[in-house]
Design a protein. Sequence first.
Length: 73
Amino acid sequence: MKQDRKEIANTVLQDPSSYKVCAVCGAIVDREVGTCPDCYAYRFICDPAVVSDKAIDLAALPRTAIGHLDLED
């Protein structure tokens, strides 16, 4: 189930306190995650304002990397 980056950003923007940003790679992950699924880091930024800003930034960028979800199909 692939989602558009803008759809994902809208989901994050509706409730940014449920997410956090990986301090190493910048991925947005669920707040309950202990390690980043993309880079395996364990340092996160939990500030909802930072999460919202990152979601807006990521939605505007063209996709250039392969994430862990791309490898599941």
